[in-house]
Design a protein around this ligand. Structure first.
Ligand code: GMT
Length: 378
C-alpha cells in the first residue's frame, strides 16, 4: 500500500508511535510518506520506500496566525496526486483529521477517493479537544474519518463520553520494538551515573502541568530519605524551572541529573531501577511502556489508560493521582529488597511483551485493508 502519515514530528508519544509505525510498515513492504512540518525526531533513515514531505507555511504579515491547516491540506492534495497515495493515516484530531477531511473533499473534485484513518492519542480528546472552542471541529473530524482508532480502551471511553460520536472506534494500543530494547543497547555504563549502592530512579516527559512533575520530585525526596538514590530527569517543558527550584528548596539538587531532551532513552533506561509517572491524566503512557520494555518497574498514578499498561502489584504499583505518600511507600517496598526488585523488573519486561510491534502493526494493516475495501464499494 502507499500510505501517507501525518503526525506531530516533535518529541512526544504520538509522534514516536507514528514514526515507528511508518518505519515498520516500510519494512513490511509498504511505501510510506510522512507529511509534516519537520522531519520526525525518530525518523533517522529515509529510504526508497520512506519519504518525508515538509509542509511549509509561508509567513505573511497580514495573518496574525499563519494558516497551518490550509498549508497541510494543500500539501496533502499535492502529495496524494504526485505519489498516488492510497490511504492517509492521521495522528491527532486537531488539526490533522480536520485538514485531511478538507484534502479529501478537494481530491474528490478530481475524482480521487482518499480514505482517512484517524488515531486519537489523548490530549486531542481529554485536554484540548473537549474545550468548547474546538469541540464541534473535533466531533466533525472524528465522525467524518473512514476509520477511527484510540490507543487505549480508556481513551475510547473518554471519546464516547465527551463527544457525540457516530463512528465505530477500534482500540489499537501503542507498541514498542522489543528487539531494540533487548539487543539494542549493550554498553550500559551504570557507574557513570550512580554509585553501586545507589538506586536509579527515572522520569521522562515533556514537563507539562499534566505530568505533575512536582510529584516526581516529592516521591524521589521520600525515597532518597530511606535509600541512597539518584534521579534521572529527562525532558524539557514549562515546568522545568519550577522543578529545579523545588530540588534546591529540598536540598537534593546534587542527587537529580537533568538531561534535557534525549534521543537515547534506551541508554538511560538500561541502568534505571524504577520509573515514575504520576500524571494527572494519560491516555496510554508510552514512556512507562518504554521503561517496562527495558525491565524497569513503574510507580504511576492509576489514571486513564495507565492501568492497561502498568499492572498493579506486578510490573509496579498504581496510586491515586496526587497520593505521593502511597507512591513513596510502594517505591520503597520494591527498592528495599533486591530480590523483590529483580522480580518486579522481570515482570515489567514480561508485561511489555504484549505490546510488541509485531503484534500491533498488523492490526493497523488490517484496518487499512478493511477501510480501503469498504471505500472501494462506496
Ligand atoms: O503526553 C504528552 O504530553 C504527549 C502526547 C502526545 O501527543 O504525544 O501523549 C499522548 O499520546 C501518547 C501516545 O499515544 C500517549 O502515550 C500519552 O499517554 C498521551 N498523553 C496524554 O494523554 C496526556
Amino acid at each position: 500500500m502507499r500510505i501517507g502519515i501525518v503526525c506531530y514530528p516533535t518529541f512526544g508519544g504520538s509522534g514516536v508511535v507514528a514514526t515507528e509505525l511508518g518505519l515498520e510498515l516500510s519494512k513490511r513492504g509498504h511505501e510510506i510518506h510522512f507529511i509534516t512540518y519537520n522531519q520526525p525526531v525518530r525518523l533517522e533513515l529515509l529510504s526508497n520506500n520512506v519519504h518525508y514531505h515538509e509542509v511549509n507555511v509561508p509567513e505573511y504579515p497580514l495573518f496574525h496566525y499563519q494558516p497551518y491547516e490550509l498549508a497541510l491540506s494543500s500539501k496533502l492534495v499535492d502529495m496524494v496526486k504526485l505519489h498516488k497515495i492510497e490511504i492517509l493515516h492521521v495522528h491527532y484530531a486537531i488539526p490533522h483529521a480536520y485538514a485531511a477531511y478538507m484534502a479529501k473533499k478537494i481530491l474528490k473534485e478530481d475524482g480521487i477517493h482518499l480514505p482517512i484513518v484517524t488515531t486519537l492519542h489523548g490530549t486531542d480528546i481529554t485536554l484540548v479537544g473537549s474545550h468548547p472552542f474546538y469541540k464541534p471541529a473535533v466531533t466533525f473530524s472524528i465522525n467524518k474519518s473512514d476509520a477511527v482508532t484510540t490507543v487505549s480502551q480508556s481513551l475510547k471511553e473518554d471519546t464516547l463520553r465527551l463527544f457525540d460520536i457516530e463512528n465505530e472506534i477500534s482500540v489499537v494500543p501503542n507498541f514498542i520494538d522489543l528487539d531494540k530494547y533487548t539487543h539494542g543497547f549493550k554498553d550500559c555504563q551504570r557507574g557513570m551515573m550512580a554509585n553501586d549502592n545507589e538506586k536509579i530512579i527515572t522520569h521522562i516527559s515533556n514537563l507539562r502541568p499534566v505530568k505533575r512533575v512536582q510529584d516526581v520530585i516529592k516521591v524521589f525526596y521520600g525515597i532518597q530519605k530511606e535509600i541512597p538514590a539518584k534521579l534521572m530527569f529527562i525532558g524539557e517543558g514549562p515546568e522545568k524551572e519550577g522543578v529545579e527550584q523545588q530540588c534546591r528548596d529540598l536540598g537534593i539538587s546534587d542527587k537529580v541529573i537533568f538531561f534535557g531532551r534525549s534521543n537515547e532513552i534506551d541508554k538511560i533506561l538500561c541502568f534505571s531501577d524504577l520509573f515514575l509517572l504520576p500524571s494527572q491524566t494519560e491516555s496510554f503512557g508510552l514512556a512507562a511502556l518504554e521503561a517496562m520494555a527495558s525491565g524497569v518497574a513503574v510507580i504511576s498514578s492509576n489514571t486513564g489508560g495507565i492501568p492497561e499498561v502498568n499492572l498493579d502489584g506486578i510490573s509496579g504499583f498504581l496510586s491515586a493521582v496526587g497520593d505521593t505518600d502511597d507512591m513513596v511507600k510502594n517505591a520503597l517496598h520494591i527498592l528495599s529488597d533486591d530480590s523483590r526488585l529483580k522480580s518486579f523488573k522481570a515482570n515489567a519486561r514480561k508485561a511489555a511483551l504484549k505490546f510488541d510491534l509485531h503484534e500491533i502493526v498488523p492490526q493497523y494493516e488490517a484496518i487499512y485493508e478493511d477501510t480501503l475495501s469498504r471505500c472501494l464499494v462506496l
